[in-house]
Design a protein around this ligand. Structure first.
Ligand SMILES: *Cc1c(COP(=O)(O)O)cnc(C)c1O
Length: 434
């Protein structure tokens, strides 16, 4: 039996076979003819079966840190698969999970005390919400409200959708979501009124939790707001004993310049959600961390105060081994320097285009660069602009997946200056052509 089935014939028919048997995420069924078959990926490049090399400028849905098919992480995965591939995590433990928890707690904000494992970003958020709700339930305190922010995205499962913006994506599910109080997104002129609205909601005494994407909303279009707004919100929340949940699924692991974006803030969250970059983008793994105070009402002889939540693959040893290997790479001076280098390059390009007549707004934070391109049409994810922008860059062998008219660059940290320049040049070409 052949070990590797990726023969030439299989690859050539891959597209046809895919069309017949696979349903892709966020892809209209009539549109999946555009799905590209890959034979592999290495570093910052995706290799298509017909020989194209596509520059992955968005880290494959914001997950990849060190480049594709990284040898060091691959070896760690291989080694772990031969040692302990999986075990039920209720009643058992293992080195990769314990080591990863220890190392995360070392680099996370100092108030974080324990690590709870799950499978992805959405489950990390579900765990955070349930942890917060049961924190109150275990104490017999009735607090049922949740505060979230307009434009927020926390995942595609029901709890995560409930605390997310009621966007067009989730219209069919809205009747099944729980109620959430949304505060407006703090713009430059509105931050004062946002803080005022938040204070009023918080004062009701009924708010269990506040969930937020710290300083940058990813799916909303890489929208940024300063610590000067978030700090007072967190301070007010703490004054009213509201559990603060930082969703760092996208922003964690150096993405915004610091290891975690909460580290830009003066006030730290009670619960944090991590995924995406956790394994360097190689395997699905989610983490929810919390303070000792969040666990306090769970420490009880009463069995019913246990946190009854778990997934079949909780703390999968192979995924944990991948995460440990990714952390090894992330903490090297070389990687930290790459993050600073990309940050500097982004800022220089930002200056270059900020005044361009086709640029509505341009912003950057760490390794993330976002440009709102002027278009005649409405600026929404669904307008044709997104498709034409996607195609424009794809024709130049660059993977950028604009959110509406917002083009953003979010590269693996190993991208070179020359490769960044290729991306910038294509963006300039786009701006100059319109
Ligand atoms: C991607 C994302 C999620 C959901 O993570 P999945 O792994 O896709 O379930 C949650 N929160 C934020 C901020 C994200 O960017």
């Amino acid at each position: 039996m052949p070990f590797n089935e990726t023969t030439a014939e299989n690859l050539s028919s891959l597209h046809t076979r895919d069309l017949q048997s696979v349903w892709h995420p966020f892809t209209p069924l009539h549109d999946n003819t555009k799905v590209l078959p890959l034979s592999g990926a290495k570093g910052v490049y995706l290799h298509t079966t017909d020989g194209r090399k596509i520059l992955d400028a968005i880290s494959s849905w914001w997950v990849n840190l060190h480049g594709h098919s990284h040898e060091y992480i691959a070896k760690a995965i291989y080694k772990q698969a031969f040692t302990l591939e999986h075990v039920i995590f209720a009643g058992f433990t293992h080195e990769p999970a314990v080591r990863l928890a220890e190392r995360l707690l070392e680099i996370l904000p100092a108030n974080q005390d324990k690590v709870f494992y799950s499978d992805n970003g959405s489950t990390a958020v579900e765990v955070a919400l349930k942890m917060a709700f049961q924190y109150w339930h275990n104490q017999g305190i009735s607090k049922k409200k949740v505060i979230a922010m307009d434009g927020s995205y926390h995942g595609d499962t029901f709890g995560a959708m409930s605390v997310g913006d009621r966007s067009m994506f989730i219209t069919p599910f809205v009747p099944y979501l729980f109620d959430v109080e949304f505060i407006p997104f703090p713009g430059k002129e509105t931050s004062h009124s946002v803080i005022h609205t938040f204070t009023q909601l918080a004062s009701s005494g009924e708010v269990a939790a506040f969930i937020y994407e710290p300083l940058i909303q990813g799916a909303a279009g890489m929208r940024m707001y300063p610590p000067e707004v978030l700090n007072p919100l967190l301070t007010i929340a703490k004054e009213h004993q509201i559990i603060c949940i930082a969703d760092e699924v996208m922003t964690g692991f150096g993405r915004t310049g610091k290891l975690f974006t909460s580290q830009y803030c003066a006030v730290q969250p009670d619960i944090m959600c991590l995924s995406k970059g956790l394994t360097g983008g190689t395997m699905a793994l989610g983490v929810t961390t919390c303070t000792a105070e969040v666990m306090r009402p769970y420490r009880s002889d009463d069995l019913m105060k246990t946190f009854f939540h778990g997934h079949s693959f909780t703390a999968n040893p192979i995924a944990c081994a991948a995460a440990n290997a990714s952390l090894d790479l992330l903490m090297t001076e070389e990687c930290q320097q790459n993050i600073r280098r990309i940050t500097g390059k982004h800022l220089a390009f930002l200056n270059e285009i900020a005044q361009h007549s086709q640029v509505l707004d341009a912003r950057a934070m760490g390794t993330i660069l976002a440009i709102e391109v002027k278009t005649s049409a409405d600026t929404s994810y669904f307008n044709e602009v997104r498709n034409s922008l996607y195609d424009f860059f794809m024709a130049r062998n660059i993977l950028l997946r604009p959110l509406g008219n917002i083009v953003y660059v979010l590269p693996p940290y190993v991208i070179t200056n020359d490769e960044l320049d290729i991306i910038y040049k294509a963006i300039l070409e786009l701006l100059n052509k319109s």
